[in-house]
Ligand binder design. Structure first.
Ligand SMILES: Nc1ncnc2c1ncn2[C@@H]1O[C@H](COP(=O)(O)OP(=O)(O)O)[C@@H](O)[C@H]1O
Ligand SMILES: [Mg+2]
Length: 259
């Protein structure tokens, strides 16, 4: 089978540009479970790219390969022109500060206040922030961006689900990443809170000029938040295009996502 048969050409408006993130032929198996079978995609500067795939299709595995939490079996990942498999520990750590990762769920540290949660990445990446003695302005700016300045001294247990998601996003923003990876940012939230988070993702894209990969199975989220969508089916980039293009597809596997 020709793996690229359904893949749209890169939009002409983006063709001259170097992708900020380039995944080529990524493969990952766990024993006999072949999860990624040559997955490829390009993320361009300033775009929100949504990845849809059914549960267990390997979306989280793919995103974990990008941040080095899972080692792929083969394939290449280039971030801002650098192949991450060729970097030494220090350079990889440095590059990682450019990539914000919002985990599935919010994964705040329950024993730390909101402020301490936000300060954590600053302490982890000391080398980049060694000249900063007062973290307050950075913490306040990040909280401001998600509209939760007043939550600074609260514990995670005092926050609603939507607030936790916002704080987790603020913790990602504090490093001013160029790329943000969102793993199911609206899962488990009620429809109104989901809409708020989606609006916030758009706001952050504009304010910080970030490029994002957004994993979701929420069709509404995909429609509102994305410039382009990639469908992960059978471990490959099965189809890609705008919401409009994919929603108009006659391919059975593509149609399944838009019912
Ligand atoms: N660390 C792991 N060890 C073994 N199998 C894993 C691991 N992580 C994920 N898997 C398997 O990989 C497949 C894809 O998982 P995942 O990427 O989490 O799916 P989703 O698309 O729902 O995010 C599943 O079959 C899952 O059981
Ligand atoms: Mg997942």
């Amino acid at each position: 089978m020709d793996k690229t048969q359904n893949i749209k050409e890169t939009p002409t408006s983006l063709m001259d540009e170097e992708p900020i993130l380039e995944i080529k032929d990524l493969k990952k198996a766990f024993g006999n479970n072949h999860v990624l079978n040559g997955f490829s995609l390009n993320l361009f500067k300033g775009e929100n790219l949504v990845i849809m795939g059914k549960s267990g299709s390997g979306k989280s595995v793919m995103i974990k390969c990008l941040v080095g939490l899972i080692q792929p079996d083969s394939g290449s990942i280039k971030v801002m022109g650098k192949a991450i498999t060729t970097l030494n520990r220090t350079d990889l750590d440095e590059l990682r500060t450019e990539i914000g990762f919002l985990f599935q769920g919010s994964a705040l540290y329950d024993s730390m206040t909101v402020r301490e949660n936000l300060e954590f990445p600053l302490r982890r990446h000391k080398s980049r922030f060694k000249n900063i003695t007062d973290t307050t302005p950075l913490v306040m700016e990040a909280l401001e961006s998600v509209g939760l300045v007043n939550a600074i001294n609260l514990m995670p247990s005092e926050l609603s689900g939507g607030m936790k998601r916002r704080i987790a996003l603020a913790r990602t923003l504090i490093l001013k990443p160029k790329i943000i990876l969102y793993d199911e940012p609206t899962s488990g939230l009620d429809p109104i809170t989901s809409k708020e988070i989606i609006a916030l993702m758009r706001k952050i894209q504009k304010k910080y000029n970030t490029s994002s990969l957004i994993i979701t199975h929420d069709v509404d989220c995909a429609r509102v938040v994305s410039e382009r969508i990639v469908l992960l089916v059978n471990g490959i980039n099965y189809a890609e295009g705008t919401y409009k293009e994919l929603a108009a597809s006659k391919d059975q596997n593509v149609r399944a996502f838009f019912k």
